[in-house]
Write a protein that binds this ligand. Structure first.
Ligand SMILES: [Zn+2]
Length: 199
């Protein structure tokens, strides 16, 4: 820590707290930022400032957005009869990149994880139930991650929604158990979507 000057040391320290960035990578990034044109480095600082001030959750699906509703919820070209339930905005992004799905989404902002003290009421499940109750959905696609907690969350939600006349499906298990949507490639996600199964 003391081998760098104050500002460099602080940046290395902050970068090193980011997920997946060790001390060595943090140093490499800090020195990279010193080397690149000033505008490029400051654009990164501005982007960080902007996501913290402008980005919020969509009032309907809890995707990240900069307006009341996200671009997906505002797009009436999308299939309004299907809703795909994911854990995090980044899972939604993975599914969007696969271009295998044209319906709406609902982001839970987590998964039920009793061991971490995360119960159903800390997620956006109530809002999901409200949407199903109010909307004309014919299919709910559970796309929680194929982990014990993801499966448990999916089961909890499907039980909760069993009284509504909607078909519940889940992504096919082309995605290896234990892997997460975030790391699956586009083809795998597209296969999982097209091969989805009744729940
Ligand atoms: Zn939305």
């Amino acid at each position: 820590m003391d081998k760098h000057e104050g500002a460099v040391s602080q940046l290395v320290d902050l970068l090193g707290r980011l997920p997946g960035i060790g001390r060595k990578s943090a140093e490499r990034l800090a020195f990279h930022l010193l080397r690149v044109p000033e505008a490029e480095a400051l654009a990164l600082a501005d982007a960080i400032r902007k996501i913290r001030s402008d980005v919020r959750y969509c009032a309907q699906c809890f995707n990240l957005c900069e307006q009341e509703l996200c671009s997906i919820c505002r797009d009436d070209e999308r299939d309004q009869t299907r809703i795909c339930v994911v854990e995090q905005p980044r899972d939604l992004m993975s599914l969007e990149q696969s271009k295998a799905y044209n319906g709406l989404y609902h982001v839970l902002l987590g998964r039920i994880a009793p061991l971490d003290g995360i119960g159903p009421d800390q997620l956006t499940i109530d809002a999901l139930v409200d949407r199903i109750r109010a909307g004309n959905f014919t299919e709910i696609i559970m796309a929680t991650n194929p982990t014990v907690e993801g499966d448990g969350t999916s089961l909890y939600i499907s039980n909760l929604l069993s009284e509504y006349p909607v078909q519940m499906t889940r992504l096919a298990r082309g995605i290896t158990a234990g892997s997460v949507l975030e790391y699956a490639n586009r083809e795998m996600i597209a296969d999982a979507m097209s091969g989805r199964q009744k729940l």
